[in-house]
Design a binder for this molecule. Structure first.
Ligand SMILES: C[C@H](O)[C@H](O)[C@@H](O)[C@@H](O)C(=O)O
Ligand SMILES: [Mg+2]
Length: 394
C-alpha cells in the first residue's frame, strides 16, 4: 500500500497552557514557590514564571500529505522551535513518504547535531516526529498504539502529579507526586518545611498510598541525601529529578546514598538514546522518565525504552498527554503512567493539554481503558478556537 507523500510542513506558536503546561494563570499550584536551580536567587524563588519557565510557549507542528490528510502534534518550543522546523527540518520531510520516519529522524538529528543534541532542538525534532506518527495513523486509519505493537494490558493506571496527593487518592489514582517547595538556599528551615509537607500528606493519605517528591533539578547530593533519609520515615516511594541532569556522577552517588527501598528517578530533561544510555550505564536511577515531546519523539523513545528494558529498568514517561499514553500501553516495562493535574487546585481532573486538544482522554478513577485511545493517529484534533500564529514560512 503506497501512502501519499508529504506535501507541506508548517509550524505554529500557541500561548496559554497546553503543551507548555507551565504557562498558566496566577494562583496555579504549578507556580507556587516550587524549588528549582534558580531558587538560590531570592527574587526568583516564589514563581518559576519569574525566571521564564513559560518563556517558550507551545509549538504546533502540522504535516500535510498530498491527499490533504494532516497529522499534527504539540510540544514545548514556541517561536524558536518553529524557526528550526520551518527553516531546517522541513527539508527532510517534504516530498518523502511518511513511512520513512527512521531516515527522517536520522537526518533531523544529525543535521542539527552541531547546535542541538538536547533541549529546544530535540523538542522541535520530537514535535515533528509526533506529527509524523499522527499522520501515519490517520493515513492507515489506526491508533498510534496499534502501530507500536498494540496494547500489552487492557488499561492504563496513573499516578497524579500536583500539590494535593490527598485529593489524588480520592480520585482513584495509584499515587501522588508533589512538588518540592524549598531548596538548599533556604537552609534548615526549608528542610523542616519540606519534611512537614511530606509528613502531613502521609497523615492525610494513610500508610499505603504512593507518595513521591519532584525536586525539579533543585538540589545537591548532600541535601537530597538528607531529604531522602528524613522522608523515608514517611514512606516516600521515590525522589525525582533531585539534581542537575548534567550531573550523572551525582545521580549515581545519590542512588547509592538513599535508604533501601526508596527509588531514585529522573530523565524528563534528558534526550536521545545516548543521554539515557549514560543514565542507565552509570546506574543513576531506578526509573527513567523521558518526555516523548522532548526526548526525540516516538521513534527515539522506542530505542530508549528497549535500552532500559535490557537494563531491567522501568520507563514511566513524563506526563505528555496522549503522546505518552499511546506509548505506555504498549510496553511491559511501563506499568503505569503520569497524569499531570492541570486544574489550579488541583482538585479536579481536567485534560492535561487543555485547551489545545479536542477529544483528549482523561483518567476515570485513575485509570484509562486502551479502547479510549481507539481513534486514528493520537486520536485528538487541534482546537480551532485557539489562536495560532505562524511566525516563519519556507
Ligand atoms: C511538578 C514539577 O515541578 C514539574 O512542574 C512537572 O512538570 C514535572 O517535573 C513532572 O514530573 O510532572
Ligand atoms: Mg518531574
Amino acid at each position: 500500500m503506497t501512502l501519499p507523500k508529504i506535501k507541506h510542513v508548517r509550524a505554529f506558536v500557541v500561548r496559554g497552557g497546553g503543551a507548555d503546561y507551565h504557562d498558566q494563570g496566577a494562583g496555579h499550584w504549578i507556580d507556587d514557590h516550587i524549588a528549582t536551580p534558580m531558587s538560590r536567587y531570592p527574587e526568583y524563588r516564589q514563581s518559576r514564571q519569574s525566571f521564564g519557565i513559560n518563556v517558550l510557549g507551545t509549538l504546533v507542528v502540522e504535516i500535510e500529505a498530498e491527499d490533504g490528510t494532516v497529522g499534527f502534534a504539540v510540544t514545548t518550543g514556541g517561536e524558536p522551535a518553529a524557526f528550526i522546523v520551518e527553516k531546517h527540518l522541513a527539508r527532510f520531510l517534504e516530498g518523502r513518504s511518511p513511512t520513512e520516519y527512521e531516515k527522517i529522524w536520522d537526518q533531523m538529528y544529525f543535521s542539527t547535531q552541531y547546535y542541538g543534541r538536547k533541549g529546544l532542538v530535540v523538542n522541535a525534532i520530537s514535535g515533528v516526529d509526533l506529527a509524523l506518527w499522527d499522520l501515519l495513523g490517520k493515513l492507515r486509519q489506526e491508533p498510534v498504539y496499534h502501530l507500536l505493537g498494540g496494547a500489552v494490558r487492557d488499561e492504563l493506571q496513573f499516578y497524579a502529579t500536583g500539590a494535593r496527593p490527598d485529593v489524588a487518592k480520592e480520585l482513584g489514582f495509584i499515587g501522588g507526586k508533589m512538588p518540592l517547595h524549598h531548596g538548599p538556599a533556604e537552609g534548615a528551615e526549608g528542610m523542616k518545611k519540606n519534611i512537614a509537607m511530606i509528613a502531613d500528606m502521609r497523615e492525610k493519605c494513610g500508610p499505603d498510598f504512593w507518595l513521591m517528591l519532584d525536586c525539579w533539578m533543585a538540589l545537591d547530593v548532600d541535601y537530597a541525601t538528607r531529604l531522602a533519609i528524613a522522608a523515608h520515615e514517611h514512606g516516600l516511594k521515590w525522589i525525582e529529578e533531585a539534581i542537575s541532569p548534567d550531573d550523572y556522577w551525582g545521580y549515581a552517588e545519590l542512588k547509592r546514598n538513599v535508604p533501601k527501598g526508596m527509588l531514585v528517578t529522573t530523565g524528563e530533561h534528558e534526550a536521545t538514546r545516548w543521554g539515557f544510555r549514560m543514565l542507565l550505564e552509570m546506574d543513576c536511577c531506578d526509573i527513567i522518565q523521558p518526555d516523548v515531546g522532548w526526548c526525540g519523539g516516538v521513534t527515539e523513545l522506542l530505542k530508549i525504552s528497549a535500552l532500559a528494558d535490557a537494563h531491567g529498568k522501568m520507563v514511566v514517561p513524563h506526563g505528555s498527554s496522549v503522546y505518552s499514553y499511546h506509548f505506555v500501553i504498549t510496553r511491559h516495562n511501563s506499568p503505569f503512567a503520569e497524569f499531570l493535574m492541570m486544574h489550579p487546585g488541583p482538585t479536579e481532573v481536567v485534560p492535561m493539554f487543555h485547551p489545545q486538544l479536542l477529544g483528549e482522554p482523561v483518567p476515570q478513577n485513575g485509570r484509562m481503558k486502551a479502547s479510549a485511545l481507539d481513534a486514528p493517529g493520537f486520536g485528538v484534533t487541534l482546537n480551532p478556537e485557539i489562536a495560532m500564529h505562524r511566525p516563519y514560512t519556507h
